[in-house]
Design a protein around this ligand. Structure first.
Ligand SMILES: Cc1cc2nc3c(=O)[nH]c(=O)nc-3n(C[C@H](O)[C@H](O)[C@H](O)COP(=O)(O)OP(=O)(O)OC[C@H]3O[C@@H](n4cnc5c(N)ncnc54)[C@H](O)[C@@H]3O)c2cc1C
Length: 493
């Protein structure tokens, strides 16, 4: 295998979060490469995307940007996980925690309890009882352990998308990345199938060895000029619109995203230090834009308020190949899975990092296959939230009846409902890199997918829940109140 040299020059089309993330990571990996970001200020960025997975912490750690330097600048708060409300009519909410080292001490008890209950034993198996991050969220504590606490806690962030983009832009510019605030009017493709140049609005052109398409849903190079086919996920992810409406910051600062099921989708509630981000992701087959806005306003108790809403169309699916000819597609230009688990930036980051590794080895096919599989692995987990719902209403009943499921998802569901080991199926199918058994079991158990309570037989406990409580309550004492935590980051060196 021959090692390929880094590209001598890269043109990144798009200055949204994806474009600047690529600029930062590529400038770090390839310091001698000439990198230019071209973005049209008139078009602007999509400007939503305010929640992350723990992967974003890894990004800032990799780039050497301290929380104290970026969190206050982006109005950011900590996120321990996602609270799901109303996804099953007859069960309470549940919390999907980000995984951390501490979970190894309690998830055995959770798995034993869910298995016993699936097999008919009347034992407690609601996930919130078993995981530290769920308790942090309930107590409003930031996932920042005291220095003498010997476990790493998984956490992500909430942030202002525009401001996080600006932090990444400033970082890239200090690393020598060029910036052209111009509109691309044409993509010229050569006879060899490679992109030759991007024509700019004033008639001049940008050439490069590698082009990165970060142009958002427009996908100007990949789906536009190169005609890369798009695989839609519309058959099993019905939501294709969003309406967005910010509200003032609440009195408390939750350490969680709240995802509340509504009539034809779900509403997010994302706490920032300066405001609360809200939006309703819904299916346009089941609800008009006006009705969705009214439902969101009612949900937020804003029916009479004079706050403008933004309406967005979402194209859900992925390009067939992320790396095509001399173009890498990232971000919304590459694909999008609706934001229920806030995975978009996670995929952007993984795509760029995997590309940097694959480029030197010339492993295009392996890279494209791995990215496609990642999309599908994540999609299946999101589809499960809808397929397993226990709500009334046309949208929810249609989702519950949806038979368009991948073999992987069918196998995981079969394992759960037949009392088998879910982790075994996930390992056998090599799916743990997308969502781990903990996440899957939290979802099934959180929705209350167990035999009817009337059919359960009394049983001695299979796990010492008292000991779990003592352990987690003790752990909790090592974490500060979230209200104070963003100030604390300001004081950090
Ligand atoms: C409703 C919704 C909620 C979301 N929630 C989350 C979330 O919670 N977490 C998460 O990780 N992600 C979320 N996302 C996804 C997230 O918003 C995007 O992944 C992220 O913002 C990156 O977008 P982007 O950079 O790919 O595109 P954009 O932000 O749209 O940027 C596109 C760029 O391309 C430029 N451009 C386009 N055409 C041209 C042209 N011809 N010439 C010059 N420049 C051009 C634009 O000016 C802009 O700079 C959400 C998305 C939606 C729709």
């Amino acid at each position: 295998m021959t090692t390929q040299p880094p590209p001598a020059s890269i043109a990144i089309l798009g200055g949204g979060t994806a474009g600047w993330m690529a600029a930062c990571l590529m400038a770090r990996a390839w310091p001698s490469t000439r990198i230019t970001v071209i973005e049209s200020p008139e078009i602007g960025i999509v400007g939503v995307g305010e929640g992350s997975t723990p992967q974003l912490k890894a990004l800032f750690d990799t780039l050497g940007i301290a929380e104290a330097d970026w969190m206050p600048a982006a109005d950011a708060t900590y996120k321990a996980g996602i609270a799901f409300h109303g996804w099953a009519d007859d069960t309470p909410s549940y919390f999907h925690p980000f995984a951390g080292q501490i979970d190894l001490h309690t998830q055995g008890a959770f798995f034993a309890s869910t298995r016993a209950r699936r097999l008919g034993a009347d034992v407690g198996a609601h996930p919130d009882r078993f995981f530290l991050n769920a308790r942090l969220a309930a107590a409003g504590r930031a996932p920042l352990a005291a220095a003498n606490f010997p476990f790493r806690i998984g956490y992500g962030y909430h942030f202002d998308a525009h401001k996080v983009g600006a932090v990444l832009r400033d970082h890239a510019l200090t690393r020598g990345v060029g910036h052209l605030p111009r509109r691309v009017t044409e993509v010229v493709v050569g006879d060899d199938g490679n992109v030759a140049r991007l024509m700019l609005d004033a008639g001049d052109a940008v050439t490069a060895e590698l082009f990165v398409d970060a142009s958002g849903f427009r996908s100007v190079i990949a789906q536009g000029a190169l005609c890369v086919p798009f695989r839609s996920f519309a058959n099993n992810l019905f939501a294709d619109r969003a309406v967005v409406l910010p509200t003032p910051r609440g009195e408390t600062l939750p350490v969680q995203t709240k995802a509340t099921a509504l009539s034809a989708g779900w509403a997010w509630d994302i706490p920032l230090t300066t405001r609360t981000g809200n939006g309703y992701v819904y299916s346009s087959r089941h609800l008009s834009a006006d009705a969705a806005e009214t439902e969101l306003r009612a949900h937020l108790r804003l029916l009479d308020a004079d706050v403008a809403a933004r309406h967005l169309t979402m194209k859900v699916g992925r390009v067939e190949t992320s790396w095509t000819a001399n173009c890498l597609a990232i971000g919304l230009a590459q694909g999008f899975i609706e934001p229920l688990e806030a995975t978009a930036l996670h995929i952007v980051q993984a795509t760029i990092e995997d590309f940097i590794a694959a480029q030197s080895k010339g492993e295009r096919d392996t890279f494209n296959a791995a990215i496609a599989r990642r999309y599908e692995g994540i999609r299946d987990y999101i589809v499960a939230h809808y397929r397993l719902n226990r709500r009334r209403g046309a949208f929810w009943l249609e989702n519950a009846a949806n038979g368009d499921l991948s073999d992987d998802l069918k196998a995981i569901m079969t394992a759960w409902f037949t009392g088998r080991d879910v982790a075994e199926v996930i390992a056998a199918r090599d799916l743990a890199g997308y969502y781990a058994p903990m996440s899957w079991e939290v979802l099934f158990a959180g929705y209350g997918h167990f035999p009817d309570a009337a059919r359960l037989r009394s049983s001695p406990p299979v796990a010492d829940l008292g000991a779990v409580d003592v352990f987690l309550d003790g752990c909790l004492l090592n974490f500060p109140d979230h209200q104070a935590a963003p100030d604390r980051t300001r004081r950090m060196p």
